[in-house]
Design a protein around this ligand. Structure first.
Ligand code: UDP
Length: 311
């Protein structure tokens, strides 16, 4: 069995490479390295079942030999990154998804799209079920990512319906863990880096907005099960444990013994930043027999250990 992982040098893509290699697959990873890092896959150099190709999947993808599954994970994924690369973000969601689906069609491979809780926008339904159609501001700063992923979901279903491609869609909620980019601006690396430097944690807005954080290992397990299931409709994968950003800041300060406290940066919160986010995971539970296992404090300890060597 041979899988193609786009975004294979990214945070989640590289963990997927590890998982599929551990399961005995051959892995071909593509990444243009604008947000992915060679560091994330350096440990795989010399593995003869692993191949890395530096390539921007918004351009035509040519892969020699058979492919059994395509996992499409290429895209900037943190708000700072997609604000920095708005056009590349739209291109990889649109043209990149088209090319990745084209590979799946040409090879007769199964296709799995990395979608996102962002397709729900600033949600008016809480917690978010897969049936909720979302509340996205098309022209807001986050629209480039949200709409690109919404388009990618529609294109995936169109390939499924028109070409009979075997497709899967995972809607990924906030995920954290080793190999997150320390500088991607997301709340987990920002808070941990600040805490390890003994600086105050920067809470954007008033900190009453919520997120639900899933440890990467739980997410990878959910994705692996989804790929091997026969379920075509989207599935939320995330941890329903919901915290306010202010509570989260206190937790990070506590586990790192950071005495520097918190600084509230009201103005730093970008327009359209969702007020509340929590996955309803009943579907994942039912069709994949999946639920997250790693507690927030345990996941944080492992993540802090990783960041300690890099701060
Ligand atoms: N946030 C924050 N301080 C930071 C970085 C982010 O308070 O240093 C907030 C951000 O405004 C958002 C939440 O934390 O409300 C999660 O942001 P993140 O960038 O991690 O991802 P999002 O879930 O918004 O895509």
């Amino acid at each position: 069995m041979r899988v193609l992982i786009t975004g294979g040098a990214g945070f989640l893509g590289s963990h997927l490479c590890d998982r599929f290699l551990a399961e005995g697959y051959e892995v071909v990873a593509l990444d243009n390295l604008i947000t992915g890092k060679v560091d994330n896959i350096a440990h795989l150099a010399g593995n003869d079942r692993f191949r890395f190709i530096k390539h921007d999947v918004s351009n035509y993808i040519f892969i020699d030999g058979p492919i059994d599954a395509v996992l499409h994970f290429a895209s900037p994924a943190s708000p700072i990154d997609y604000l920095k690369y708005p056009i590349q973000t739209m291109k990889v969601g649109a043209l990149g998804s088209h090319n990745a689906l084209g590979v799946a069609k040409a090879k007769g491979a199964r296709f799995l799209l990395a979608s996102t809780s962002e397709i729900y926008g600033d949600p008016l339904v809480h917690p978010q079920t897969e049936d909720y159609a979302g509340n996205v501001d098309t022209i807001g700063p986050r629209g480039v990512y949200d709409e690109a992923k919404r388009f990618a979901e529609s294109l995936t279903m169109a390939y499924h319906r028109e070409h009979g491609i075997d497709t899967r869609i995972v809607r990924i909620f906030n995920t954290y863990g080793p190999r997150m980019n320390l500088k991607d601006g997301r709340v987990v690396p920002n808070f941990i880096a600040q805490a390890l430097r003994g600086e105050p944690l920067t809470v954007y807005g008033d900190g009453s907005q919520t997120r639900s954080f899933c440890f990467y290992a739980d997410l990878i397990e959910g994705i692996y099960r989804l790929l091997n299931s026969d379920f075509t409709n989207p599935v939320n994968i995330g941890n329903p444990h919901e915290v306010t950003i202010m509570e989260f800041a206190h937790i990070v300060n506590q586990v790192t013994d950071n005495p520097a406290g918190i600084v509230v940066k009201e103005e730093a919160r970008i327009k359209g930043d969702p007020e509340r986010r929590q996955p309803d995971i009943s579907r994942a539970h039912k069709v994949l027999d999946w639920e997250p296992k790693v507690e927030l404090l345990d996941g944080l300890h492992e993540t802090i250990k990783y960041f300690r060597t890099r701060v």
